[in-house]
Design a protein around this ligand. Structure first.
Ligand code: NAP
Length: 302
């Protein structure tokens, strides 16, 4: 059996065109577009490339985008003042502070200073609480887990009553996706198990999974014999395992591998995400969706 590929790149394009259409309609009817500010501190090359991609996507969708670059030695006080300025700016619906921050700045303090109603990353404790309660309480599901759920739903995998096993318990992937899948409602209603480094028999848990979501950051951790025949496998892991020369640009690029032994797993699974091109492209897409949602909340049309 060869699994159906769940391609993030294709799902992303569908969602982005839905957002683009909605942005145009809201602009015509209400004269407003989603406003997103990206605050970049310093010049970390990986952060610059993430921020550039976010800005490019926001511009493509017709958002009002502000790129606010600040020096690496900005004081915590000045950064808090900047966040307060955007919290009070009605043209801004989403505030994004690119992580990691320089060591002299308390990351938690900064993220907690963002107005929860503009926290489109969904990391503020208020939004974590809203996610836990579920249903109408949820405003901004965190972007990577939201992308994972969209991929599962849009590829037609039944989640109601499904055994979902999540490998990893981080605050940005494992815990929120587990929480989202167990909620009462469409795209969820699953029976969820979370496994981690202290789990006694990882293989036995994985083998029970109708939907296996792996976010460990360990290349090839999940062996093909741990996968149930026909399961849906979502590989969140992005691991740099070497470098190669790009055929397109002639430049050095990273060789990326997921947490699942893809080549063998695809012969057992019913559907599977590749790495790269799987979950990766979904994160920025869901960030854009949250920013649009934020504008809709402020207009009272969400
Ligand atoms: P993290 O904070 O390092 O958490 C990893 C989790 O996996 C921890 O809970 C850890 O358990 C568990 N784990 C690690 N090794 C394990 C093992 N051998 N057996 C069982 N559990 C194990 O990582 P993260 O931020 O969630 O990210 C996970 C992966 O997803 C990374 O490769 C990251 O690059 C990728 N990622 C991709 C995207 C995207 O594509 N957009 C977004 C976010 C993350 P303990 O808690 O017991 O230590």
């Amino acid at each position: 059996m060869t699994a159906k590929l769940i391609k993030g790149t294709e799902i992303r394009e569908k969602i982005l065109s839905e957002i683009e259409k909605e942005v145009k309609e809201i602009k015509e009817k209400h004269g407003q577009v989603p406003g997103l500010v990206t605050i970049l501190i310093g010049a970390n090359p990986a952060s610059i490339s993430y921020v550039t991609l976010k800005i490019k996507t926001a511009n493509r969708l017709g958002f009002h985008e502000i790129q606010d670059d600040q020096p690496a030695d900005i004081s915590e006080e000045d950064l808090l003042a900047l966040i307060s300025k955007y919290n009070n700016d009605d043209s801004i619906n989403g505030i994004l502070v690119q992580l990691p921050l320089p060591k002299h700045i308390n990351e938690k303090k900064i993220l907690n200073a963002i107005d929860p109603d503009k926290d489109v990353d969904g990391f503020h404790p208020v939004n974590v609480g809203r996610l836990m309660i579920g249903g109408d309480e949820v405003k901004f599901p965190p972007c990577t887990p939201a992308g994972i759920q969209e991929m599962i739903v849009r590829s037609g995998v039944e989640t109601s009553g499904a055994e979902v096993v999540v490998v990893g318990r981080s605050n940005i992937v494992g815990k929120p996706i587990a929480n989202m899948m167990l909620q009462k409602g469409p795209g969820a209603n699953s029976t969820v198990t979370i496994v981690h480094t202290r789990t006694k028999d990882l293989a036995a848990h994985c083998k029970r999974a109708d939907i296996l979501i792996v976010a460990a950051g360990v290349p090839g951790l999940v062996k093909p014999e741990w996968i149930k025949e026909g399961a849906c496998v979502i590989d969140v892991g992005v691991n740099r395992v070497g470098e190669k020369i790009s055929e397109k640009t002639g430049k050095k690029i990273a060789i990326l591998r997921g947490d699942v032994d893809f080549d063998k797993a695809k012969e057992i699974a019913g559907s599977i995400t590749p790495v790269p091109g799987g979950v990766g492209p979904m994160t920025i897409t869901m960030l854009m969706k949250n920013t649009l949602k934020s504008l809709k909340f402020s207009l009272g049309i969400a």
